[in-house]
Design a protein around this ligand. Structure first.
Ligand SMILES: Cc1cc2nc3c(=O)[nH]c(=O)nc-3n(C[C@H](O)[C@H](O)[C@H](O)COP(=O)(O)OP(=O)(O)OC[C@H]3O[C@@H](n4cnc5c(N)ncnc54)[C@H](O)[C@@H]3O)c2cc1C
Ligand code: SF4
Ligand code: SF4
Ligand code: SF4
Length: 397
């Protein structure tokens, strides 16, 4: 069957496509499928014979039809009261706390989960129980597929259930355009987002560092800023990683944090601004002035932006889960680049892109200056590096 790209069908330009797949979800003829481009990012292709030219895909594409965005009305610094969540969540445990509230109310929550049995796969799925909510915890530093979550969310909304959908801003944009009407029982929560690498990169990298079949990877949480790869589902018994490394000594993590490996569209992200697409926005409150906080706290603190009356209502209903204090929006915006502008590509981005096509992920990262940085960091952490530092300090004195 002849396949043409989304840009040939004029759904959207490929370099702007976020991979939200609202177009695929809406297509009445299942004519749209996900394929990988030469850089490994998933993009839609259309099977020409199946297409009836109804135009729905173009109508729901958020690149063609950007969503309405709003200035946050309020900004809070917040963190969870739960010791357990503090250990396992990405930041202040806000997504998990608000998710708990929905489940308690008989609602459902959509979030990202590793779903592969024998392979690395991460999708947005639905949770109806507190146990299922556990899988969503913490950040997956990779593009997560929206799978059939848009259709499932619509089903639940039409049944009148309360729905919380958590995702990157482009995933929320895709959901809202796919729904094509407002639902009072829907709450959306987006993450402040600097970009996502294609899943292909993470898979290739996992294969290069371990012979085990990795199905789950954590980047934050109990092992703060450490990449940990696991072969099995999460249980207390098998919580032993087959690969673990600090972020500054790991090629994947370092390349991610240094803006080397995102989808090209992320560097021109329409959502990287103060105005937001969802009811509630959450991120890390890096530049918070802790000295001015009423409550003393040493752990990770989230920034929570309230963008709609619905968002405010829900956040305040969840008060029992959190400690929170209102802050000036400017404090959050000044300290968080992605509330102002999209990520800037790493200076070696072009080298990475040119190499990844022919030589794959790991060699492409090693073709850039990230290799020298990692080597330097490994050396600094080694016994030899520590001795060298002590000698240097001694000479200085
Ligand atoms: C790729 C990525 C980039 C980020 N960039 C920034 C940034 O530049 N600045 C900033 O302040 N914050 C950023 N964050 C958000 C921040 O790191 C925390 O994830 C966020 O504050 C939630 O923390 P929490 O403790 O409330 O979440 P938890 O209670 O631990 O729950 C995590 C939630 O995030 C969702 N999630 C995790 N990974 C993904 C993913 N890849 N795609 C979609 N949903 C996902 C989960 O489904 C879950 O709902 C980023 C997160 C991700 C995943
Ligand atoms: S025009 Fe209609 S049938 Fe064709 S791909 Fe788009 S949504 Fe599907
Ligand atoms: S709807 Fe999403 S996946 Fe489809 S073309 Fe537009 S941005 Fe790309
Ligand atoms: S940077 Fe923008 S386009 Fe890229 S994943 Fe984040 S929200 Fe989506």
């Amino acid at each position: 069957m002849e396949k043409v790209s989304a840009s040939e069908m004029q759904i959207c330009k490929l370099e702007q496509c976020t991979g939200c797949f609202a177009c695929e979800a809406i297509c009445p003829k299942q004519a749209i499928i996900a394929v990988e481009d030469e850089y490994g990012k998933t993009i839609p292709h259309i099977e020409k014979e199946k297409c009836v030219k109804c135009g729905l895909c173009t109508q729901v594409c958020p690149v063609q039809k950007p969503r309405e965005i709003r200035y946050p009305g309020k900004c809070y610094a917040a963190w969870t009261k739960s010791d357990y969540d503090r250990e396992n969540c990405a930041s202040g445990g806000i997504a998990t706390g608000i998710g708990r509230h929905f489940i308690e109310q008989g609602g459902v929550v959509f979030g990202s989960k590793y779903t592969g049995v024998d392979e690395l796969k991460c999708e947005i799925t639905m949770a109806t129980t507190m146990e299922e909510l556990e899988d969503f915890k913490s950040s997956k530093y990779v593009q997560v597929s929206t799978g059939d979550s848009y259709q499932k969310a619509k089903e639940q909304l039409d049944l009148g259930r309360k729905v919380l959908y958590v995702g990157t801003p482009c995933q929320i944009g895709g959901l809202l355009n796919f729904l094509r009407k407002d639902y009072e029982n829907l709450t959306t929560m987006d993450l402040i987002c600097h970009g996502v690498p294609p899943m292909k990169y993470l898979k290739e990298y996992a294969e290069s560092v371990t012979d085990e079949k990795v199905t789950r990877i954590t980047f934050r949480g109990k092992n703060d800023f450490m990449i940990c790869m696991y072969r099995d589902e999460k249980t207390e018994k098998n919580d032993v990683p087959c690969y673990r490394q600090h972020f500054y000594k790991d090629y994947y993590y370092e390349a991610f944090l240094k803006s080397l490996t995102y989808r090209d569209n992320c560097y021109q992200c329409q959502y990287a601004k103060t105005q937001r697409v969802s009811d509630i926005t959450i991120g890390d409150f890096w530049e918070l002035n802790r000295d001015t906080l009423e409550h003393h706290y040493e752990g990770r603190i989230s920034e929570v932006l309230i963008n709609t009356p619905q968002g405010e209502n829900i956040f305040l209903q969840c008060g029992k889960y959190f400690v929170y204090e209102e802050r000036e929006l400017q404090e959050a915006v000044a300290g968080n680049e992605q509330l102002r502008t999209p990520s800037t590509p790493h200076p070696d981005y072009k080298i990475f892109k040119d190499t990844v096509k022919s030589h794959g992920f790991t060699r492409a990262v090693k073709a850039t200056h990230v290799k020298a940085t990692i080597r330097k960091n490994i050396l600094a952490d080694s016994r030899f590096g520590k001795v060298l530092r002590r000698i240097k300090q001694f000479i200085k004195k």
